[in-house]
Design a protein around this ligand. Structure first.
Ligand code: FMN
Length: 182
């Protein structure tokens, strides 16, 4: 018992989210209508945000889930448009991934700011990233409240695999590249 207590003392209490690391980091692209500052019409806004909380959740039908903070600008865009695209990035895009995960797209254009190039998705009305290694085009079929996040479950309408290489993973406060061959 004593040993156990001593041992327990030595345990470092880590944050839940860090225990779940390493996690692959992705960029989700969105397109939605927002109120215009200058006219009664609505503006269309394309945006990007960084996620490490995401996963495949069903084979038949093919479903992919992302967990998006309730207050995120991207959450509002997805709730409005009911679509999103998942972009799997290579480790060379660490700077862009950090940028998209640091600044809100509400008042800036993250495609312009990062230099990531837009290409139109084939099956949904939403941009994808040209430089992505792979993409999933998703239509929202369910929204689940999970504490301070919303889990969007997307039906994968189209999946594109473009290149091989190292994907970007988050490990505590740093990023690592992993997974050469597919
Ligand atoms: C490495 C990394 C991982 C992140 N993972 C998530 C995530 O899984 N879910 C989420 O809602 N936000 C996540 N974020 C935070 C958002 O990307 C960030 O708040 C972003 O600025 C939101 O952009 P938006 O306001 O344009 O939607 C992450 C940020 C970083 C840097």
């Amino acid at each position: 018992m004593k040993e156990f207590l001593n041992h327990k003392k030595g345990v470092i209490v880590a944050e839940m989210k860090k225990i779940a690391h390493p996690r692959q980091v992705i960029l989700v692209s969105t397109r939605g209508k927002v109120k215009s500052k200058f006219s009664p019409e609505e503006d269309e806004k394309d945006n990007l945000f960084t996620l490490s909380w995401h996963m495949p959740v069903s084979n038949e039908p093919q479903l992919y889930a992302i967990s998006s903070g309730k207050e995120r600008f991207s959450t509002k865009l997805i709730q409005e448009s009911k679509v999103f695209a998942v972009n799997f990035m290579s480790s060379e895009f660490e700077k862009e991934v950090v940028y998209c995960g640091t600044y809100s797209g509400e008042h800036i254009d993250k495609f312009e700011e990062t230099g990531l190039e837009k290409e139109e998705s084939e099956k949904i009305d939403c941009p994808r990233i040209r430089q992505a290694m792979a993409c999933l085009e998703c239509e929202v079929v369910n929204e689940v409240e999970a504490g301070d996040h919303i889990i969007f479950i997307g039906k994968v309408i189209n999946s594109i695999s473009k290149k091989q290489g190292k994907r970007i993973f988050q490990m505590n406060d740093r990023f690592i590249g992993a997974g050469d061959e597919r």
